[in-house]
Design a protein around this ligand. Structure first.
Ligand code: AMP
Length: 181
């Protein structure tokens, strides 16, 4: 597929629906379901997430539940890599490593299977939306705690005004659609 053309990016942007005040007042939720439903939109999104990493020798793609799974598995397949799920506590059956991270109010926890990443595995993190960066930061810490090397972070949507990218330094962040308000 060719580079990210402005026309195709506009098409993709048009397939993302803003839902004000969901799941709570003041949040504008980026609803990706119209894009998932669209044949061209879905394949474009997956292709754009994959493209910069084709020559990066990615061995594992890791994503946090649940929308991360939709893109993470598809990107892993495109890169001939494996896929590792990062999940909310109590969901993974084998021994896990856990990371607690800050939310706007309170904390949350993510877990990974302790044997899911081998030392020096080259890992790409994938998600639908980068907001504050807390989810990705916790995911990166989990991968690194197991000895994996995070070679990049790919997201479909970046809410730039929340500055999640800063929190993830020095990891490079690749985003397809950026929203600055
Ligand atoms: P964060 O940890 O703040 O970067 O939030 C990232 C996670 O929350 C992602 O997995 C997103 O799926 C979800 N998320 C956060 N903000 C939004 C939003 N405005 N619209 C849709 N999903 C969001």
């Amino acid at each position: 597929m060719d580079d990210e053309s402005p026309i195709k990016l506009t098409r993709l942007r048009d397939l993302i629906r803003d839902i004000p005040d969901f799941p709570k007042p003041g949040i504008v939720f980026k609803d990706i379901t119209p894009m998932l439903r669209d044949q061209a939109g879905l394949s474009l999104a997956i292709e754009y997430l994959t493209q910069p990493f084709r020559a990066m020798h990615v061995q594992v793609v890791a994503s946090a539940e649940s929308r991360g799974f939709i893109f993470g598995t598809a990107v892993a397949r495109n890169l001939s890599a494996g896929f590792v799920p990062i999940r909310k506590p109590g969901k993974l059956p084998a021994p896990t490593r856990r990371e607690t991270y800050a939310l706007e109010y309170g904390t949350d926890v993510l877990e990974i299977h302790a044997d899911a990443v081998q030392p020096s595995d080259r890992v790409l993190l994938v998600d639908d939306v980068l907001a504050t960066g807390g989810t990705m930061q916790a995911s990166a810490r989990l991968v690194e705690a197991l000895g994996g090397k995070v070679i990049g972070i790919a997201v479909l949507i970046e809410l730039t005004f929340l500055k999640g990218r800063d929190k993830l330094r020095p990891h490079p962040v690749h985003s397809i659609l950026r929203y600055d308000d």
